[in-house]
Design a protein around this ligand. Structure first.
Ligand code: GLY
Length: 344
């Protein structure tokens, strides 16, 4: 089977890899893979800390994908011999003030009611786990089942697989001669597939120091401002991310940087000593219900997109389910809530 995949980001390349493993010949069409949302992603694999109120169904899919991540990472590392920065240290929810802690406790209660394992922690216990957190931190929780990966290493590994890459933007699907076409071009789904996918801007910082300041990923709230801190083993600290409805704008603004640095330094004062290595803005592909679109569009065309805040996490389950649909016509993953028909 010859499969054409429109979009060479984390989702398109993960689907490509799964189809390669099933014996397909795969061509990935993308004029500029460098603009993919994965380039700007932090790489939190956080089915607990990234699940919001009212997202119980989506969280099921996130948890299903999380269960697949260890084998996905091991298989990709074995296939390519390349590192992915995969880490299993867990996510800490961290609150600065009593009001912030009240917010974290509401989330923790919600996760517990949903049956998601999460352990409330005092400020003292948090500082035992992460000694460089501010002494002002009041408390939080540990989501031990959350992991992380370095999305740039992930993209490099996926791009090294034996897939044909064609550097062109596809605007007219009828110009492709593949047996099956999968549209996985993120925000481009609106123009190419007519689906309601909109860009949600995220600004993000990469800070750098000689040593990592943290072991765990931290999802923090400080004086009502939200931030996440993702430490890498080489001393990089990713600080993210804003959520802005500004169309396709990718300007990094002074206010955006301030809104990330302020809560980051409140929670982890050592942040102020780090080098500000890179400031970035990217576009998440958001759908009206924040959930991805996975399934058949029409004729020989399928869709894998609209993953919003969770593209990296949802890559393994997306690859498996979409490859199943393409090669077998059905899948053992429950994708009934993620079809195209909910928007048409
Ligand atoms: N998952 C993190 C973000 O979208 O910013």
């Amino acid at each position: 089977m010859k499969v054409g995949i429109v979009g060479g980001g984390v989702i398109g390349l993960s689907v490509a890899w799964e189809l390669l493993r099933r014996g397909a010949q795969v061509t990935v069409y993308d004029a500029d893979p460098g603009r993919s949302a994965g380039r700007v992603a932090a790489g939190m694999l956080a089915p607990t800390a990234e699940a919001g109120f009212g997202e119980e169904a989506l969280q099921e899919l996130m948890l299903e994908s999380m269960r697949r991540w260890p084998a996905f990472a091991a298989g990709l590392a074995a296939a390519t011999g390349m590192p992915l920065g995969y880490r299993t240290d867990g996510t800490l929810l961290v609150a600065l003030t009593d009001d912030d802690l009240a917010e974290v406790r509401r989330l923790v209660d919600y996760y517990r009611r949903a049956g998601t394992p999460i352990e409330p922690l005092t400020g003292r216990r948090l500082r035992e786990l992460e000694p460089l957190l501010s002494p002002r931190v009041r408390g939080g929780a540990l989501a031990a089942g959350d992991h992380q990966v370095d999305p740039r290493l992930l993209l490099a590994a996926l791009r090294s697989l034996p897939v044909r890459h064609e550097a062109r933007d596809v605007t007219d699907l009828s110009s492709l001669r593949d047996d099956v076409i999968i549209v996985a071009n993120g925000c481009g789904l609106a123009a190419v597939a007519g689906l309601p996918v909109r860009p949600v801007k995220g600004q993000l910082l990469r800070l750098r120091g000689p040593e990592p300041l943290l072991t765990h990923v931290v999802r923090g709230v400080a004086l009502g401002r939200h931030v996440y801190l993702v430490p890498r083993a080489d001393g990089e600290l990713v600080v993210g991310a804003s959520e802005e409805e500004r169309g396709a704008d990718t300007t990094v603004t002074a206010g955006g940087v301030l809104d990330l640095l302020r809560p980051a330094a409140d929670l982890l004062p050592g942040v102020a000593e780090l080098a500000l290595a890179e400031t970035l803005a990217g576009l998440r592909p958001g759908t009206p219900d924040n959930a991805p679109v996975l399934g058949h569009l029409h004729g020989n065309v399928y869709v894998a997109g609209g993953h919003y805040r969770n593209g990296v996490l949802l890559a393994p389950v997306t690859a498996h389910a979409v490859a199943d649909l393409v090669t077998r016509g059905s899948t053992d993953v429950d994708v009934s809530g993620y079809g195209v028909s909910r928007f048409t």
